[in-house]
Design a protein around this ligand. Sequence first.
Ligand code: DDH
Length: 287
Amino acid sequence: MSPKGDFAAVRKDIKALLNQPEYDDGSAGPVLVRLAWHSSGTYDIRTDTGGSNGAGMRYEIEGGDPANAGLQHARVLLEPVKAAHPWITYADLWTLAGKVALEEAGGPEIAWQGGRTDYVDDSKIKEIRGRLPDAAQGSDHLRNIFYRMGFNDQEIVALSGAHTLGRCHGDRSGFEGKWVNNPTRFSNQYFKLLSTLEWEPRTLASGVKQFGYTDEDTETELMMLPSDMALLADKGFEPWVKKYGADKELFFKDFAAVFAKLMELGIKRNERGEVTNLDNEKGGYIS
Ligand code: DDH
């Protein structure tokens, strides 16, 4: 067991489990990034509820939200890390895992601080379902969802660049496929492909509608969600898609800032960086 507060030891163990040759494209990184994002993306700035404190996904009311389908894989994967470092809260572990996964995939360094606490029961998570985005919808929906978290148009586009990583699974979201050819390597490829390829509407056998592109040379099939395509069709979003496609440095810088902001949603800290809105009875560990 590592000493309380030894986040470096936790990071090391997270790194060690990223390589999963039998899983998806060989890495657990993408699903860990998605876990970190969904644990934070419930935030509502108006009511100051939701966000990365609490680790509410351990409870059916939040974990069973259809938007979170498949994230149990990520949570189960992290259990041995929690067992080896029992002092860390799930809320810290899930967000830290997202940061480590992004950095190990070649992404920018993401600022992260510990100190989140875990809910002791599900009494604070009654109104949480339906707060995450629906991939079948367009730009009005994206603005409703992400403005509610406190993000602007530029930040919405930067965050969407996370779809460079990972894939859609028919048995989780209903959508199928990966956005880019190398879905375990963080890059600005998502924006390049979104703005340059000719995406065609595709209807899956299940009836689910998405967009596809078949690369004739490599016979690779790539995909975009309707919500990804919405970024191209919107005057507020589209210039950022182009900018990030053309300038990897700019995307990395903006992504690092906005992902760090995402991980902090719902967290209040004092000048020493200690979390002041603790969510369990005893108070969590303060880094
Ligand atoms: Fe996403 N995402 N996401 N996403 N997401 C899916 C997969 C992954 C939406 C829908 C889906 C973000 C924004 C949006 C990742 C990160 C981020 C899937 C497929 C759907 C559907 C799930 C499955 O079948 O397994 C929608 C809609 C939005 C939006 O409206 C903008 C953001 C902001 C992030 C982020 O991390 C900052 C990652 C990574 C994955 C790949 C997961 C995996 O298992 O692989």
